[in-house]
Design a binder for this molecule. Structure first.
Ligand code: SF4
Length: 184
């Protein structure tokens, strides 16, 4: 981990999704009533789950769901990294690029043509506004920034997430070997 996490007050937790399906965030919510235990120890300062527009400074832990698929994703990640003590690749898309990388062998133009023109049922057209330019290939987070912790799974189970976040709150790197099939 990059720096010691302060234990004398509530930690500042952020979550964000990039090129992902939101399934990892849904699994986070499947922690259910244990969310209340986490809420005793963390303030959620940025997340799709809260209404904050600007990623804040001085975040202790950030869970990043999704691969880097667009230039906007990369811009967000480069902003998040220096503002975060412990950056977590949250789920297989963040770790390996997983599902988003299925487009990689075809290139952006062929992918856009297929999705928006060939598969477009009515009035097929490629949108020019409100859609950030795609990177040539979808890539995992660690291709661009240092990742401190990896939480694998598609999505990671609620138990895995709860254990990992609880350990991070206590300032420990989570040992996920009993939560993963090919653990150490
Ligand atoms: S790892 Fe799986 S569940 Fe998580 S964003 Fe990617 S596809 Fe969705």
């Amino acid at each position: 981990m990059k720096k010691e996490i302060k234990k004398d007050k509530k930690l500042r937790l952020a979550t964000i999704w990039l090129d992902g399906c939101s399934g990892c965030h849904m699994s986070f919510l499947d922690i259910d009533e244990r969310l209340l235990l986490l809420a005793e120890k963390v303030d959620v300062v940025f997340s799709p789950l809260v209404d904050v527009k600007e990623f804040p400074e001085d975040v202790d832990i950030t869970l990043v769901e999704g691969a880097l698929g667009s230039e906007e994703d990369l811009h967000k990640l480069m902003k998040i990294r220096p503002r975060t003590k412990t950056l977590v690749a949250f789920g297989d898309c963040a770790i390996t690029a997983n599902i988003p990388s299925m487009r990689n062998p075809f290139g952006t133009e062929e992918t856009l043509n297929y999705v928006y023109l060939e598969m477009g049922a009515d009035n097929p057209q490629i949108p020019m506004q409100g859609v950030p330019p795609l990177m040539k290939r979808a890539l995992p987070l660690h291709n661009y920034v240092k990742v401190d912790v990896f939480i694998p799974g598609c999505p990671p189970s609620a138990d895995t997430i709860f254990f990992a976040v609880s350990e991070l709150i206590e300032g420990r790197v989570p040992d996920l070997s009993t939560y993963t099939r090919f653990g150490a």
